[in-house]
Design a protein around this ligand. Structure first.
Ligand code: 6R9
Length: 646
């Protein structure tokens, strides 16, 4: 895109930037050419170590070994709390903006947070949680989510946060896969003025989890809950009885910090495992440099803590840097589509980080919801989760940012732990729709399908040629799957699953997934997961799910369903299938379209030709491509005839 519009770094931003253009170039070169020293200096400067490491980088992508700062002793909660107490104990750490716009926000200081974390850490210990044990956190966007994460980190336990919007079945799968014996939940969650029965979901999920011996329940609404004596414990009672003194465990840099499940192209969601030292370094460094964070500023990332963005950019990154992080319980459209900007004014937010899907949805509601607010505190905007179309970028820039706030379009993944391709506001000229340039230590490469390295301005499969500190270490319980999924497609490189284009300025333009992963409103889902849910229905013989472009959600979900012979395709059945998906995965995975397909296009060897199904779902009938290898080409005509979204 040689004709792409360029937005130079504003002079004001350049003048005060944490990283200038010259610094970026110098540091980037050094991060590749003198990597061990570069990372050792960063780790030394930004983190507190009980004991320094023996080896900076012990990774070998060919062998599937990823290790950073091995032998170092460190604690993530100590870095996010204790070391700030002297200088900023009475500074706000977390601003909690509740769902109800009229409710007072809660300001939690670093000292308060330290105490809350220590108490809950002791409460966990009192229920037998030890270093290395997994603890499942199934909470809404309330401060206790951050407290519970940090309490685990404090004692060396491994948290596994499950998004509060996931179904009981999805929760059960995750609790079992990581063998959690303790779950932290709330009576109800509150979103958009409505209450949702979180504890009831957890109860249902845990019916088949006999090893769960403790469920801590945060009282959020006071709604009625069932109670299992012996297992269930009120959070507020547990912390009241616990001591506020809990020394931080001296964990190894390579001890696990958390597991977070994410969807891949095949099978069940994978437990992506991150360890302590490298992850925290990536989180802290990117938070300061990418968001150009200055002491005392209010920083707001709108993600849910159930996703990696919430982990790294609501909790670990900002708190490691002693920042003020805003946590929002509600939704962008309640009580109306101006809520984000009202909250920005209410708390003088300087840095605002959200997803393109939210921007597109709000853009569709008109400018008045934005312009009624002042937004004068805003200094920097960010996006994450999916490619942003230039139109949405321009609106974000012109209307939300009043043309004075640089936008950082940040590319990264659950697996990468922290931002890898991104502008730095004081160093990088922007092009709408491009995530621009690699962060320090990141060596992106584009390869063709045979793995040949592509040079210059070209499109290809996005790989990373070397390990970086916050990279995932393994798939929990299945290291072979880690190697096969990420390190085997292109030997010696990490394969992202994304396609990208590099332009003549070396800027990267992420084009989206090249595998069978969908990105719906920034949520990752495997087509295989949705298909597995559909075929659980007794009337369904076979199902194939593909994505199609969707104006607001980025991608929509299109399901082709073949029924057992003799079964009637009815609206009632469609509803049952939707309910089934809601039950198995969650409402976010509900298809936009279900098409009854008497047959699916298959090769003679029985492989479903998804390429064709995608074309039909996208209404791109002129470019179906070669159908000659189909066992029965007439199947395609039937599909076209009956398509659901023309
Ligand atoms: C952080 C996060 C990862 C996938 C990734 C890619 C897409 C994320 C993007 C982006 C274009 C960006 N993605 N950021 N695509 N531009 N700035 O979202 O993690 O949920 O694991 O999703 O999201 O396709 O591979 P995760």
């Amino acid at each position: 895109m040689s004709n792409a519009k360029i937005y130079p770094v504003p002079a004001e931003t350049a003048k005060n930037a944490n990283i200038t253009r010259e610094q970026y170039q110098e540091m980037y070169r050094r991060s590749l050419d003198d990597a061990d020293n570069f990372w050792a200096e960063q780790a030394d400067e930004r983190l507190h170590w009980f004991k320094k490491w023996d080896t900076v980088n012990g990774s070998d992508l060919n062998k599937g070994v990823i290790k950073w700062f091995e032998g170092g002793k460190i604690n993530a909660a100590y870095n996010c709390l204790d070391r700030h107490l002297e200088k900023r104990g009475s500074q706000t750490a977390i601003i909690w903006e509740k769902d109800d716009p009229k409710a007072d926000a809660e300001h939690i200081t670093y000292r308060d947070l330290h105490e809350r974390v220590s108490r809950f850490a002791n409460a966990l210990k009192a229920r037998g949680v030890k270093k290395g044990d997994r603890v499942c956190i199934y909470l809404p966007m309330i401060p206790e989510a951050a407290v519970a994460m940090l309490a685990c980190a404090r004692i060396g336990a491994v948290h596994s946060v499950v998004f509060g919007g996931f179904s009981p079945q999805a929760l059960q799968d995750r609790v079992l896969d990581s063998d959690c014996h303790v779950v932290v939940t709330a009576d109800e969650s509150v979103r958009g003025g409505r209450n949702f029965p979180l504890k009831a979901n957890a109860d249902q999920a845990l019916q088949k989890c006999p090893d769960v011996n403790t469920v801590f329940v945060v009282k959020r609404t006071g709604g009625k809950v069932d109670w299992q004596e012996g297992r269930d414990v009120w959070y507020h009672e547990a912390v009241k009885d616990a001591s506020a003194d809990c020394p931080a465990e001296e964990t190894d840099a390579e001890d696990p910090l958390f597991i977070l499940y994410t969807s891949g192209s095949t099978g069940k969601p994978k437990g992506v495992m991150h360890t302590t030292g490298g992850y925290l370094l990536g989180a802290s460094m990117t938070h300061e440099y990418v968001f150009d964070y200055k002491d005392g500023e209010v920083y707001w990332c709108t993600a849910d803590v159930g996703w990696v963005t919430g982990h790294t950019y609501i909790v670990y990154g900002p708190l490691a840097n002693g920042a003020i992080t805003l946590m929002f319980e509600g939704v962008p459209t309640f009580p109306d589509a101006g809520r984000f900007w009202d909250v920005v004014d209410k708390h003088d937010v300087a840095i605002f980080y959200t997803a393109p899907t939210a921007i597109r949805a709000l853009m569709g509601q008109g400018n008045d919801f934005v312009t009624r607010s002042s937004r004068k505190s805003l200094r920097l905007l960010g996006t994450v989760g999916e490619p942003i179309n230039p139109e949405a970028w321009e609106w974000y820039n012109n209307v939300v940012g009043d043309k004075r706030c640089p936008i950082v379009d940040t590319w990264w993944q659950t697996e990468t732990g922290s931002i890898l391709i991104t502008p730095l506001p004081g160093a990088t000229d922007l092009k709408p729709g491009s995530a621009t340039l690699p962060f320090f230590g990141v060596e992106p490469q584009l390869v063709d399908n045979d793995g040949n390295l592509l040079d210059g301005a070209v499109a290809g499969n996005l790989c990373l040629a070397r390990s970086w500190p916050s990279m995932m270490r393994t798939v929990y319980g299945d290291h072979q799957r880690f190697i096969e999924t990420y390190l085997s497609t292109y030997k010696g490189k990490y394969f992202t699953g994304d396609g990208a284009r590099r332009d003549e300025d070396g800027y990267y333009w992420i084009t989206g997934r090249v595998d069978d992963v969908l990105n719906v409103s920034g949520h990752r889902m495997g087509t295989a997961e949705i298909e597995s849910a559909l075929v659980l229905h007794a009337a369904v013989a076979e199902a194939a799910v593909v994505g199609f472009p969707h104006d607001v959600k980025g991608q929509g979900i299109y399901a082709y369903v073949t029924l057992m012979s003799g079964k009637e395709p009815t609206d009632e059945l469609k509803k049952e299938l939707n309910d089934l998906i809601r039950k198995e995965i969650g409402a976010i995975a509900k298809p936009d379209f279900i098409q009854w397909a008497p047959g699916l296009p298959k090769t003679r060897s029985g492989k479903i030709m998804r390429r064709i199904l995608r074309k039909v779902a996208c209404n791109e009938l002129d470019s179906l491509g070669d159908t000659s290898t189909l066992a029965d080409p007439s199947v395609v005509d039937d599909l076209i005839e009956d398509r659901a979204n023309r």
